[in-house]
Design a binder for this molecule. Structure first.
Ligand code: ADP
Ligand code: MG
Length: 253
């Protein structure tokens, strides 16, 4: 089975530890959500998977096509070459480059450069607005369009797994709906494997097979699609770190 496995991952910044033994699994074709309010470690986890933040314990392992690739502590370019792409929080586009230049730059790495033309075609097909505005500077696009560009940029690396950090951040509600629908459609039509980190519960839970609630750098709860309707409230309570003790049936488990 093709999957990304994170086991007992710990990471932080200097003396400050943030992630405290995170274990999650993402299987090929799944869309998984990481939920948590601000400052609970979502970005740190995604950045630790990409190698931007160095793990101090635990493992990041990609099992794919019969290979087991230990990515723990590897440099980011090797992790991208293994097929993991990050759409960072705040998009981080090259503001003065055009849409097309942003995409071609992302597609110039070892893994995907031979497929750059094909990937560019796929991005333009998936996001017609980017094709229309291919010669426009990234900075002059709307927030929603920039988010689409940031996702397309990740697709230029021929990823197996795409990690998307707070795609809805700072967007108008209509743009949030479009971006979330696009993510869902990429997963459904391309069988793409996606992890999204979100604070916005409803959007994320609606499209994901499984949601992990991250609090203070630990996975507090896991929810699966198909859990009962009361779960949305449960998720919110878990995210706010309250309500656990009010559920005796669970406490007894
Ligand atoms: N570059 C950094 N240096 C030091 N501390 C950081 C840095 N980035 C994040 N943190 C701290 O790590 C914790 C988790 O932050 P973060 O991973 O950004 O959470 P989230 O993405 O869930 O909002 C917070 O306490 C934050 O202040
Ligand atoms: Mg964050």
């Amino acid at each position: 089975m093709n999957r990304l496995v994170i086991e007992g991952l710990e990471a932080g910044y200097g003396a400050v530890s943030v992630l405290r033994g995170i274990s999650i699994e993402v299987r090929q074709g799944e869309l998984v959500a990481l939920l948590g309010t601000n400052g609970n470690g979502k970005s740190t986890l995604l950045n630790a998977i990409l190698g931007f933040v160095r793990p101090t314990a635990g493992r990041v392992v990609l099992e794919w096509d019969g290979q087991t690739i230990d990515l723990t502590g590897a440099p980011p370019h090797r992790i991208v070459d293994a097929g993991i792409a990050l759409v960072p929080e705040g998009r981080r586009l090259a503001p003065n480059l055009t849409v097309e230049e942003n995409l071609l730059l992302a597609g110039s790495g070892r893994r995907a450069r031979r497929d750059a033309r094909r990937n560019l075609g796929f991005c333009f097909e998936t996001f017609p607005i980017l094709k229309e505005r291919r010669a426009q500077r990234a900075a002059t696009m709307s927030g929603g369009q920039q988010q689409m560009l940031a996702i397309a940029r990740a697709l230029m690396t021929s990823p197996r797994i795409v990690l998307i950090d707070e795609p809805s951040l700072g967007l108008a509600p209509i743009a949030v709906t479009q971006v979330i629908a696009t993510i869902r459609s990429l997963q459904a039509t391309q069988n793409l494997t996606i992890v999204i980190a979100e604070q916005s519960v409803v959007q994320a839970i609606d499209i994901s097979a499984r949601a992990y609630v991250l609090a203070h750098g630990s996975i507090l709860r896991t929810f699966a699609r198909g859990d009962s309707a009361a779960d949305l409230d449960d998720i919110r309570r878990a995210m706010l770190g309250v309500g656990e003790s009010r559920r005796p049936t669970e406490a007894a488990q």
